[in-house]
Structures are given as C-alpha cells and as structure tokens.
Design a protein around this ligand. Structure first.
Ligand code: MG
Length: 262
C-alpha cells in the first residue's frame, strides 16, 4: 500500500463523523499540543540543525504535554514530525540531513489527546531566504486562510478547494493535486477528502461538529509530484520549491474555529 500522511483520494475508509462538544474539547486540546510543538520546532529551525534533532524536539514537546504523536507508526512512519526541505512537498523523514542557510523547511505534526487527533503544518525559512521563497511561504499561508474562511456551516468542500486554488493561482503558483486535506477526529484521516483544487458548490455539505484538516501545498512550478525511494518523501516533479501550511478546524455555528493555533 502506498503511504500517506496527507491522505490520498484513494484511501478513505469510513464516513464523516459529527463530533460532540465534548469530543471537540479533546480535539481542541490535541490541537493546542500540536501548536505548541510547531512553535518549538519553528524556533529551533536554523542552519546547522539536523532534521533528527527536530524530531527529538517534537517527541519531547508532545510527551511533555501528555499527548501521543499521531505519526509514529502510522503506516510504518518512523518519526513524530515530517520535515520536508525545498523541493520536498510533504512526508520527509527526519534523519542525518543538516539544514542549510536559505532552506525552506516544512514541518508537519500530529498529536493525540483522549483518542482525538490534531494535525497542522508550517513552512519556515532557515536563516536568510530569497524573496521568491518568502513570497511562496506567504502565498501558501494566505491560501490556507482563504480555505478556512470558506469553511462555514452550509458551505461545501468545493468552496474550500476553490478558495485555496484561486488564491494560489492568482499568485502564479500551482496546487498539488495528488495529496489533499481530510476529515479528522478519532482517526487522523477521515472522510471527506479536502482537495486544494475544485469548483465551488460541489462536494460534501459542511455541518456543525465536523472537523477538517485543510492543508494547501503550493509549488513554484508544476503541480506534479514524485515519491522518493524511501517510499515516503514526496517531491515536486520538476525540482521547484514547495510550501505547506495546515490547520485542523472545527465547523461551528459561529464559523470555522481553528484548533491548532495558540
Ligand atoms: Mg494532514
């Protein structure tokens, strides 16, 4: 079986769940652990640090908050964080690689509290990065915000997809198609898929109590991807730079609520 942390369209097993207020509280706690962990990782990214050192920080942070990492053992994934550098889009495995000045570093973390998952990602620069790299980061973060803003109760999944795609393409970037966002809860990946491309008004109706991970992946060049021989790391097919931002959100009466921010 192909391995994914950002779920593929082909591997969806069960229906979307509506969470109770109590379950959403657990998800809020899981989300907060993820946010704390990403903040610690972000602060640690600098030229010279090894990606396995980042994994140690993630493992320590998640444990310190009494949570369990979502990624360790997920389809055999060996670490608590995915670290994806430059043309790596998602699912990079921490190891001996040393981060260099100017690198674009995508960090993706999941944590479990009381049986519920939180999942989020950020892309940061190591040291000085080029203005082009900074623009890609800004556009990807803006695409996530646009997607979240489209996720009100009564909207449809396609509204999120279209909002992300429109923002990305208006800045001249392509959106990855083969890896998408997902429902989230007792399992890290639940229905529905949340693609970063699509048409407004299509797809599942969003209802109060649903929880989604929205995660735009934007490339400077082609949207096409390739998986490395480690069977995890996904890179851009043309070697161009890529960035990734993700939040877990809950659909509420008052609009989308971000669970993975401090
Ligand atoms: Mg995810």
């Amino acid at each position: 079986m192909k391995s994914f942390l950002s779920e593929s369209r082909v591997v969806i097993e069960e229906g979307m769940e509506i969470k109770s207020p109590r379950e959403l509280l657990a998800m809020e706690r899981a989300g907060r652990v993820v946010a704390h962990t990403l903040a610690a990782l972000q602060a640690a990214v600098e030229p010279g640090i090894r990606t396995r050192d980042l994994d140690a920080i993630a493992r320590t942070e998640i444990a310190r908050h009494g949570a369990v990492p979502s990624f360790v053992g997920y389809r055999g994934f060996p670490a608590s964080v995915c670290v994806s550098i430059n043309d790596e889009i998602v699912h990079g495995i921490p190891g001996d690689k040393v981060i260099r000045e100017g690198d674009l570093v995508s960090l993706d973390v999941g944590a479990i509290v009381d049986g519920f998952h939180g999942d989020a990602a950020v892309t940061v620069g190591a040291g000085e990065i080029t203005p082009q790299a900074q623009e890609l980061i800004d556009a990807t973060r803006d695409a996530l915000v646009a997607g979240i803003q489209a996720a009100g109760a009564g909207a449809r999944i396609g509204d999120i997809s279209a909002a992300v795609q429109a923002l990305a393409e208006s800045r001249g970037y392509s959106v990855v198609r083969e890896y998408v966002g997902h429902g989230i809860g007792r399992r890290m990946h639940e229905e529905p898929s949340v693609p970063n491309f699509g048409k407004p008004g299509r797809g599942m109706l969003l209802k109060k109590g649903m929880a989604l991970a929205i995660e735009p992946m934007l490339n400077v060049g082609t949207w096409r991807t390739r998986q490395l021989e480690d069977n995890w790391t996904v890179v851009t097919a043309d070697g161009s730079l890529s960035a990734h931002f993700e939040h877990t959100i809950a659909i509420t009466e008052d609009g989308p609520m971000i669970l993975t921010q401090l």
